[in-house]
Design a protein around this ligand. Structure first.
Ligand code: F0G
Length: 394
Protein backbone atom coordinates (compact mmCIF):
# COMPACT_ATOMS: atom_id res chain seq x y z
CA UNK A 1 0.00 0.00 0.00
CA UNK A 2 1.36 3.38 -0.95
CA UNK A 3 0.20 6.91 -0.07
CA UNK A 4 -0.63 8.94 -3.19
CA UNK A 5 0.51 12.13 -1.41
CA UNK A 6 3.69 11.43 0.58
CA UNK A 7 4.65 8.18 -1.18
CA UNK A 8 5.15 6.29 2.09
CA UNK A 9 4.76 2.52 1.69
CA UNK A 10 2.77 0.36 4.10
CA UNK A 11 2.43 -3.39 4.45
CA UNK A 12 -1.03 -4.89 3.87
CA UNK A 13 -3.28 -4.01 6.81
CA UNK A 14 -6.82 -2.78 7.48
CA UNK A 15 -6.18 0.94 7.00
CA UNK A 16 -7.63 3.33 4.43
CA UNK A 17 -5.65 6.53 4.97
CA UNK A 18 -1.93 7.09 5.24
CA UNK A 19 -1.05 6.94 8.97
CA UNK A 20 1.67 9.54 8.33
CA UNK A 21 -0.09 12.27 6.30
CA UNK A 22 -3.74 11.15 6.01
CA UNK A 23 -3.46 10.83 2.20
CA UNK A 24 -5.36 8.30 0.10
CA UNK A 25 -3.79 4.86 -0.25
CA UNK A 26 -3.26 2.83 -3.37
CA UNK A 27 -2.23 -0.79 -3.89
CA UNK A 28 0.92 -0.80 -6.04
CA UNK A 29 2.39 -3.71 -7.97
CA UNK A 30 5.75 -3.90 -9.68
CA UNK A 31 4.59 -5.03 -13.10
CA UNK A 32 6.59 -5.80 -16.16
CA UNK A 33 5.81 -7.26 -19.55
CA UNK A 34 4.97 -10.96 -19.37
CA UNK A 35 3.91 -11.00 -15.69
CA UNK A 36 0.32 -11.83 -16.62
CA UNK A 37 -0.70 -14.29 -19.31
CA UNK A 38 -3.99 -13.08 -20.80
CA UNK A 39 -4.14 -15.99 -23.24
CA UNK A 40 -4.03 -18.44 -20.35
CA UNK A 41 -6.54 -16.40 -18.33
CA UNK A 42 -8.95 -16.50 -21.27
CA UNK A 43 -9.32 -20.25 -20.77
CA UNK A 44 -11.45 -19.40 -17.74
CA UNK A 45 -14.91 -17.90 -18.14
CA UNK A 46 -15.12 -14.14 -18.37
CA UNK A 47 -15.58 -12.82 -14.88
CA UNK A 48 -13.60 -10.86 -12.32
CA UNK A 49 -11.65 -13.80 -10.94
CA UNK A 50 -10.22 -14.57 -14.38
CA UNK A 51 -7.71 -11.87 -13.40
CA UNK A 52 -6.96 -13.39 -9.96
CA UNK A 53 -3.19 -13.10 -10.52
CA UNK A 54 -3.59 -9.29 -10.52
CA UNK A 55 -5.92 -9.14 -7.51
CA UNK A 56 -4.30 -8.90 -4.06
CA UNK A 57 -6.83 -11.12 -2.26
CA UNK A 58 -7.90 -14.72 -1.96
CA UNK A 59 -11.45 -15.38 -3.18
CA UNK A 60 -13.26 -15.90 0.15
CA UNK A 61 -16.66 -14.69 -0.96
CA UNK A 62 -18.11 -14.40 -4.45
CA UNK A 63 -21.43 -14.28 -6.28
CA UNK A 64 -19.87 -14.60 -9.75
CA UNK A 65 -19.41 -10.90 -10.31
CA UNK A 66 -18.03 -9.32 -13.46
CA UNK A 67 -18.21 -10.78 -16.94
CA UNK A 68 -20.84 -8.14 -17.71
CA UNK A 69 -21.99 -7.62 -21.31
CA UNK A 70 -20.24 -5.13 -23.55
CA UNK A 71 -22.93 -4.17 -26.04
CA UNK A 72 -22.20 -2.52 -29.34
CA UNK A 73 -24.89 0.16 -29.68
CA UNK A 74 -25.31 0.55 -33.41
CA UNK A 75 -28.61 2.45 -33.37
CA UNK A 76 -27.42 5.14 -31.01
CA UNK A 77 -23.88 5.11 -32.39
CA UNK A 78 -25.17 5.73 -35.92
CA UNK A 79 -27.21 8.69 -34.72
CA UNK A 80 -24.29 10.19 -32.78
CA UNK A 81 -21.68 9.30 -35.42
CA UNK A 82 -19.39 7.47 -33.01
CA UNK A 83 -18.59 3.78 -32.50
CA UNK A 84 -20.42 3.25 -29.25
CA UNK A 85 -20.26 0.41 -26.74
CA UNK A 86 -22.03 0.16 -23.41
CA UNK A 87 -20.47 -1.89 -20.62
CA UNK A 88 -23.52 -2.80 -18.59
CA UNK A 89 -22.48 -3.14 -14.98
CA UNK A 90 -26.14 -3.39 -14.00
CA UNK A 91 -25.80 -7.06 -14.94
CA UNK A 92 -23.73 -7.78 -11.81
CA UNK A 93 -25.27 -9.98 -9.06
CA UNK A 94 -26.78 -7.11 -7.02
CA UNK A 95 -27.24 -4.89 -10.06
CA UNK A 96 -24.25 -2.56 -9.89
CA UNK A 97 -20.46 -2.39 -10.35
CA UNK A 98 -20.07 -2.30 -6.57
CA UNK A 99 -20.08 -6.11 -6.55
CA UNK A 100 -16.63 -6.11 -8.13
CA UNK A 101 -15.32 -4.08 -5.22
CA UNK A 102 -17.15 -6.11 -2.62
CA UNK A 103 -16.02 -9.59 -3.67
CA UNK A 104 -12.46 -8.34 -3.10
CA UNK A 105 -13.19 -6.04 -0.14
CA UNK A 106 -15.28 -8.53 1.83
CA UNK A 107 -12.81 -11.33 1.00
CA UNK A 108 -10.17 -9.07 2.51
CA UNK A 109 -12.32 -8.40 5.61
CA UNK A 110 -12.45 -12.17 6.15
CA UNK A 111 -8.68 -12.48 5.58
CA UNK A 112 -8.09 -9.75 8.18
CA UNK A 113 -10.40 -11.61 10.63
CA UNK A 114 -13.05 -8.87 10.73
CA UNK A 115 -16.54 -9.63 12.02
CA UNK A 116 -18.42 -6.42 11.12
CA UNK A 117 -18.46 -4.47 7.86
CA UNK A 118 -19.76 -0.96 7.33
CA UNK A 119 -20.24 1.78 4.75
CA UNK A 120 -22.06 5.03 4.05
CA UNK A 121 -24.04 4.83 0.86
CA UNK A 122 -26.36 6.45 -1.63
CA UNK A 123 -27.76 2.94 -2.08
CA UNK A 124 -25.78 0.61 -4.30
CA UNK A 125 -22.76 0.21 -2.04
CA UNK A 126 -25.02 -0.69 0.87
CA UNK A 127 -26.99 -3.21 -1.24
CA UNK A 128 -23.80 -4.89 -2.40
CA UNK A 129 -22.01 -4.84 0.95
CA UNK A 130 -25.10 -6.29 2.64
CA UNK A 131 -25.22 -9.19 0.14
CA UNK A 132 -21.51 -10.06 0.32
CA UNK A 133 -21.47 -9.75 4.13
CA UNK A 134 -24.43 -12.13 4.35
CA UNK A 135 -22.64 -14.64 2.13
CA UNK A 136 -19.41 -14.21 4.12
CA UNK A 137 -21.18 -14.61 7.51
CA UNK A 138 -20.26 -11.10 8.62
CA UNK A 139 -22.45 -8.57 10.37
CA UNK A 140 -23.12 -5.46 8.31
CA UNK A 141 -24.21 -1.95 9.24
CA UNK A 142 -24.96 0.65 6.57
CA UNK A 143 -25.55 4.40 6.83
CA UNK A 144 -27.84 5.99 4.29
CA UNK A 145 -29.07 9.57 3.73
CA UNK A 146 -32.64 9.73 4.92
CA UNK A 147 -35.27 9.80 2.14
CA UNK A 148 -32.74 10.06 -0.69
CA UNK A 149 -32.13 6.47 -1.65
CA UNK A 150 -33.88 4.61 -4.44
CA UNK A 151 -36.35 2.00 -3.21
CA UNK A 152 -34.81 -1.00 -4.96
CA UNK A 153 -31.50 -0.36 -3.21
CA UNK A 154 -33.11 0.09 0.20
CA UNK A 155 -35.06 -3.13 -0.33
CA UNK A 156 -31.82 -4.98 -1.05
CA UNK A 157 -29.97 -3.72 2.05
CA UNK A 158 -32.97 -4.67 4.20
CA UNK A 159 -33.57 -8.14 2.74
CA UNK A 160 -29.87 -9.05 2.95
CA UNK A 161 -30.14 -8.41 6.69
CA UNK A 162 -27.92 -5.34 7.11
CA UNK A 163 -28.59 -2.99 9.99
CA UNK A 164 -29.82 0.07 8.12
CA UNK A 165 -29.20 3.40 9.83
CA UNK A 166 -30.92 6.34 8.17
CA UNK A 167 -29.05 9.58 8.82
CA UNK A 168 -30.59 13.00 8.87
CA UNK A 169 -28.52 14.72 6.25
CA UNK A 170 -26.91 13.79 2.97
CA UNK A 171 -24.33 11.14 1.93
CA UNK A 172 -21.41 13.39 2.91
CA UNK A 173 -22.75 13.55 6.47
CA UNK A 174 -23.26 9.77 6.57
CA UNK A 175 -19.66 9.26 5.39
CA UNK A 176 -18.35 11.57 8.15
CA UNK A 177 -20.18 9.43 10.71
CA UNK A 178 -18.96 6.14 9.29
CA UNK A 179 -15.34 7.37 9.40
CA UNK A 180 -15.79 8.01 13.13
CA UNK A 181 -17.08 4.52 13.93
CA UNK A 182 -14.70 2.53 11.68
CA UNK A 183 -11.50 1.78 13.48
CA UNK A 184 -9.75 -0.89 11.45
CA UNK A 185 -9.84 -3.13 14.53
CA UNK A 186 -13.40 -4.39 14.87
CA UNK A 187 -15.41 -2.57 12.22
CA UNK A 188 -14.09 -2.76 8.68
CA UNK A 189 -14.88 0.17 6.37
CA UNK A 190 -15.83 -0.74 2.83
CA UNK A 191 -16.43 2.56 1.12
CA UNK A 192 -14.32 3.09 -1.99
CA UNK A 193 -11.66 4.89 0.08
CA UNK A 194 -10.71 1.30 0.97
CA UNK A 195 -8.07 0.58 -1.68
CA UNK A 196 -9.01 -3.12 -1.95
CA UNK A 197 -12.43 -2.13 -3.28
CA UNK A 198 -10.71 -0.43 -6.21
CA UNK A 199 -8.64 -3.55 -6.90
CA UNK A 200 -11.90 -5.33 -7.72
CA UNK A 201 -13.30 -2.44 -9.74
CA UNK A 202 -10.18 -2.08 -11.89
CA UNK A 203 -11.26 -5.30 -13.63
CA UNK A 204 -13.82 -3.23 -15.59
CA UNK A 205 -10.79 -1.88 -17.48
CA UNK A 206 -9.35 -5.38 -17.90
CA UNK A 207 -12.64 -6.72 -19.25
CA UNK A 208 -13.15 -3.90 -21.74
CA UNK A 209 -9.72 -4.59 -23.22
CA UNK A 210 -10.26 -8.35 -23.02
CA UNK A 211 -13.59 -8.17 -24.90
CA UNK A 212 -12.57 -5.63 -27.56
CA UNK A 213 -9.06 -7.00 -27.88
CA UNK A 214 -7.83 -3.41 -28.03
CA UNK A 215 -8.14 -0.17 -26.07
CA UNK A 216 -11.06 2.15 -26.90
CA UNK A 217 -10.34 5.85 -27.51
CA UNK A 218 -12.42 6.94 -24.55
CA UNK A 219 -14.26 5.62 -21.50
CA UNK A 220 -17.14 7.68 -20.07
CA UNK A 221 -18.68 7.07 -16.66
CA UNK A 222 -20.61 8.79 -13.87
CA UNK A 223 -18.59 10.14 -10.95
CA UNK A 224 -19.96 10.19 -7.41
CA UNK A 225 -17.58 9.50 -4.55
CA UNK A 226 -14.93 9.28 -7.28
CA UNK A 227 -13.49 5.81 -6.68
CA UNK A 228 -14.53 4.04 -9.87
CA UNK A 229 -12.93 6.34 -12.43
CA UNK A 230 -9.51 5.92 -10.83
CA UNK A 231 -10.04 2.16 -10.41
CA UNK A 232 -10.82 1.66 -14.11
CA UNK A 233 -7.88 3.88 -15.05
CA UNK A 234 -5.65 1.71 -12.85
CA UNK A 235 -6.87 -1.37 -14.73
CA UNK A 236 -6.01 0.10 -18.11
CA UNK A 237 -2.63 1.33 -16.82
CA UNK A 238 -1.75 -2.12 -15.49
CA UNK A 239 -2.53 -3.81 -18.83
CA UNK A 240 -0.36 -1.15 -20.48
CA UNK A 241 2.53 -1.73 -18.04
CA UNK A 242 2.20 -5.48 -18.62
CA UNK A 243 2.65 -4.89 -22.34
CA UNK A 244 -0.82 -6.36 -23.03
CA UNK A 245 -2.31 -3.05 -24.19
CA UNK A 246 -0.49 -0.63 -26.45
CA UNK A 247 -2.63 2.37 -25.55
CA UNK A 248 -4.65 3.92 -22.75
CA UNK A 249 -8.11 5.52 -23.08
CA UNK A 250 -9.16 9.08 -22.23
CA UNK A 251 -11.01 8.82 -18.93
CA UNK A 252 -14.07 11.06 -19.00
CA UNK A 253 -16.10 11.63 -15.83
CA UNK A 254 -19.66 12.95 -15.64
CA UNK A 255 -21.20 14.62 -12.60
CA UNK A 256 -24.66 16.10 -12.26
CA UNK A 257 -25.09 19.87 -12.44
CA UNK A 258 -26.26 20.01 -8.81
CA UNK A 259 -23.17 18.24 -7.46
CA UNK A 260 -20.08 18.87 -9.56
CA UNK A 261 -17.08 19.84 -7.43
CA UNK A 262 -14.62 17.91 -9.64
CA UNK A 263 -16.04 19.41 -12.85
CA UNK A 264 -15.61 22.90 -11.32
CA UNK A 265 -12.03 22.13 -10.41
CA UNK A 266 -11.29 20.77 -13.90
CA UNK A 267 -12.95 23.61 -15.79
CA UNK A 268 -11.83 26.54 -13.65
CA UNK A 269 -8.32 25.16 -13.06
CA UNK A 270 -8.89 25.99 -9.40
CA UNK A 271 -8.44 24.19 -6.12
CA UNK A 272 -10.98 21.62 -4.98
CA UNK A 273 -14.05 23.10 -3.28
CA UNK A 274 -16.76 20.72 -1.99
CA UNK A 275 -20.40 21.41 -2.85
CA UNK A 276 -22.34 22.03 0.38
CA UNK A 277 -25.84 21.16 -0.81
CA UNK A 278 -25.64 18.57 -3.60
CA UNK A 279 -28.90 17.93 -5.42
CA UNK A 280 -29.85 15.72 -8.35
CA UNK A 281 -32.44 13.22 -9.48
CA UNK A 282 -29.52 10.77 -9.91
CA UNK A 283 -29.40 10.01 -6.18
CA UNK A 284 -26.51 7.54 -6.62
CA UNK A 285 -24.17 10.46 -7.40
CA UNK A 286 -25.74 13.06 -5.11
CA UNK A 287 -22.39 13.69 -3.42
CA UNK A 288 -20.90 17.11 -2.62
CA UNK A 289 -17.55 16.07 -1.19
CA UNK A 290 -16.24 13.03 -3.07
CA UNK A 291 -13.61 11.44 -0.88
CA UNK A 292 -11.41 10.24 -3.78
CA UNK A 293 -11.52 13.51 -5.75
CA UNK A 294 -7.74 13.62 -5.97
CA UNK A 295 -7.46 10.14 -7.49
CA UNK A 296 -10.24 11.03 -9.94
CA UNK A 297 -8.70 14.29 -11.14
CA UNK A 298 -5.32 12.55 -11.48
CA UNK A 299 -6.95 9.90 -13.71
CA UNK A 300 -8.52 12.61 -15.89
CA UNK A 301 -5.30 14.63 -16.22
CA UNK A 302 -3.01 11.62 -16.73
CA UNK A 303 -5.26 10.17 -19.44
CA UNK A 304 -5.86 13.49 -21.21
CA UNK A 305 -9.55 12.99 -20.44
CA UNK A 306 -12.35 15.38 -19.52
CA UNK A 307 -14.93 16.21 -16.83
CA UNK A 308 -18.43 17.40 -17.72
CA UNK A 309 -21.72 17.95 -15.93
CA UNK A 310 -25.26 17.21 -17.08
CA UNK A 311 -28.69 18.40 -15.92
CA UNK A 312 -31.44 16.18 -14.51
CA UNK A 313 -33.40 16.78 -17.70
CA UNK A 314 -30.49 15.59 -19.85
CA UNK A 315 -30.10 12.51 -17.63
CA UNK A 316 -33.76 11.50 -17.94
CA UNK A 317 -33.70 12.06 -21.69
CA UNK A 318 -30.58 9.89 -22.05
CA UNK A 319 -32.12 7.16 -19.88
CA UNK A 320 -35.12 7.00 -22.20
CA UNK A 321 -32.97 7.14 -25.32
CA UNK A 322 -30.71 4.24 -24.27
CA UNK A 323 -33.75 2.15 -23.33
CA UNK A 324 -35.67 2.89 -26.52
CA UNK A 325 -32.81 2.70 -29.00
CA UNK A 326 -30.87 -0.19 -27.51
CA UNK A 327 -33.06 -2.04 -24.99
CA UNK A 328 -30.71 -1.24 -22.11
CA UNK A 329 -32.44 0.01 -18.94
CA UNK A 330 -30.13 1.77 -16.51
CA UNK A 331 -30.63 3.89 -13.42
CA UNK A 332 -30.47 7.72 -13.74
CA UNK A 333 -26.85 8.06 -12.50
CA UNK A 334 -25.75 5.54 -15.12
CA UNK A 335 -27.60 7.38 -17.88
CA UNK A 336 -25.44 10.42 -17.10
CA UNK A 337 -22.62 8.73 -19.06
CA UNK A 338 -24.84 8.76 -22.19
CA UNK A 339 -26.02 12.32 -21.43
CA UNK A 340 -22.37 13.35 -21.08
CA UNK A 341 -21.47 11.67 -24.37
CA UNK A 342 -24.20 13.60 -26.21
CA UNK A 343 -23.13 16.89 -24.63
CA UNK A 344 -19.44 16.41 -25.41
CA UNK A 345 -20.22 15.54 -29.03
CA UNK A 346 -22.34 18.70 -29.30
CA UNK A 347 -19.50 20.75 -27.82
CA UNK A 348 -16.96 19.27 -30.22
CA UNK A 349 -14.85 17.78 -27.40
CA UNK A 350 -15.52 14.27 -28.71
CA UNK A 351 -14.56 13.72 -32.33
CA UNK A 352 -16.87 12.01 -34.78
CA UNK A 353 -15.72 8.44 -35.33
CA UNK A 354 -14.19 7.99 -31.86
CA UNK A 355 -14.58 4.57 -30.31
CA UNK A 356 -16.25 5.06 -26.95
CA UNK A 357 -17.25 2.82 -24.08
CA UNK A 358 -19.90 4.25 -21.76
CA UNK A 359 -20.10 2.48 -18.42
CA UNK A 360 -23.64 2.04 -17.20
CA UNK A 361 -23.02 1.50 -13.52
CA UNK A 362 -26.40 0.37 -12.15
CA UNK A 363 -29.55 -1.47 -13.23
CA UNK A 364 -32.67 0.54 -14.11
CA UNK A 365 -34.85 -1.57 -11.83
CA UNK A 366 -33.05 -0.10 -8.81
CA UNK A 367 -35.10 3.09 -9.15
CA UNK A 368 -38.50 2.43 -10.75
CA UNK A 369 -40.15 5.45 -9.12
CA UNK A 370 -38.13 7.98 -11.12
CA UNK A 371 -39.03 6.24 -14.37
CA UNK A 372 -42.73 5.92 -13.64
CA UNK A 373 -42.79 9.61 -12.65
CA UNK A 374 -41.11 10.65 -15.89
CA UNK A 375 -43.14 8.32 -18.16
CA UNK A 376 -46.55 8.12 -16.51
CA UNK A 377 -48.15 10.52 -18.98
CA UNK A 378 -47.50 7.87 -21.63
CA UNK A 379 -49.88 5.37 -20.03
CA UNK A 380 -53.12 5.08 -21.98
CA UNK A 381 -56.18 4.47 -19.83
CA UNK A 382 -58.90 2.75 -21.83
CA UNK A 383 -62.12 0.82 -21.69
CA UNK A 384 -62.40 -2.47 -23.59
CA UNK A 385 -64.45 -0.88 -26.37
CA UNK A 386 -61.72 1.73 -27.04
CA UNK A 387 -58.94 -0.79 -27.60
CA UNK A 388 -59.60 -1.64 -31.24
CA UNK A 389 -59.43 2.03 -32.22
CA UNK A 390 -56.29 2.58 -30.22
CA UNK A 391 -54.53 -0.33 -31.93
CA UNK A 392 -55.42 1.05 -35.38
CA UNK A 393 -53.67 4.30 -34.48
CA UNK A 394 -50.37 2.62 -33.43
N1 F0G B 1 -23.15 5.03 -10.57
C1 F0G B 1 -23.84 4.42 -9.62
C2 F0G B 1 -25.06 3.66 -10.03
C3 F0G B 1 -23.44 4.50 -8.27
O1 F0G B 1 -24.15 3.89 -7.34
C4 F0G B 1 -22.30 5.25 -7.94
C5 F0G B 1 -21.86 5.40 -6.56
C6 F0G B 1 -21.58 5.87 -8.98
C7 F0G B 1 -22.03 5.72 -10.28
C8 F0G B 1 -20.35 6.65 -8.74
O2 F0G B 1 -19.26 5.85 -8.47
O3 F0G B 1 -18.62 6.77 -6.26
O4 F0G B 1 -17.04 5.37 -7.54
O5 F0G B 1 -17.58 7.66 -8.31
N2 F0G B 1 -22.53 5.03 -5.57
C9 F0G B 1 -22.05 5.03 -4.19
C10 F0G B 1 -23.00 4.29 -3.31
C11 F0G B 1 -21.63 6.35 -3.69
O6 F0G B 1 -23.03 4.56 -2.10
O7 F0G B 1 -23.68 3.40 -3.79
P1 F0G B 1 -18.04 6.45 -7.60
Amino acid sequence: MQCIDCGEKWTEQPIWRCPKCDGLLEIKFKLSAGDFDLKKARKQRLNLWRYADLIPAKKNVSLNEGGTPLYECKNLGRELKVKLFVKNEGANPTGSFKDRGMTVGVSKAIEFGKKITTCASTGNTSASLAAYSARGNLKCVVFIPSGKIAYGKLAQALIFGAKVISIEGNFDKALEIVFKISDGEGIYLLNSINPYRLEGQKTIGFEIFDELNHTPDRVILPVGNAGNISAIWKGFKEFYELGIAGEKPKMTGIQSEGSKPIVNMFKNKKEYIPEKNPETIATAIRIGNPVSWKKAINAVYESNGYMESVSDEEILKAQKLLSRKEGIFVEPASASSIAGLIKLIDKGIIDKGEEIVCITTGNGLKDPNTVVDSCKNEIIYAKEEDVENLIKKL
